[in-house]
Ligand binder design. Structure first.
Ligand SMILES: [Zn+2]
Length: 78
């Protein structure tokens, strides 16, 4: 398995990213725990074949959550 060299903090960051990448997430379309990573920021549901754009190594990121909140605020006001 891939590990980073030269530094404990860097290894921790890589371990966290790899763990998030291998985890299965809940599909926003069919709500099954079948969302897997297909490529960089590409997430695919193994149940309903839906594809989503997410974060690079996990389906949701903090920046993505903020962006989604701002978008929903704007769509509510108009
Ligand atoms: Zn699905």
């Amino acid at each position: 398995m891939y590990t980073a060299r030269y530094g404990a903090s860097i290894r921790k960051m890589v371990d966290k990213a790899i763990k998030a990448k291998k985890t299965k997430y809940e599909c926003p379309k069919c709500h099954k725990l079948k969302l897997t990573r297909r490529g960089t920021a590409m997430w695919e549901c193994k149940s309903c074949d839906a594809e989503f754009a997410g974060a690079c190594y996990s389906f949701r990121s903090e920046a993505g959550e903020i962006a989604a909140r701002i978008i929903s605020e704007y769509s509510k006001s108009s």
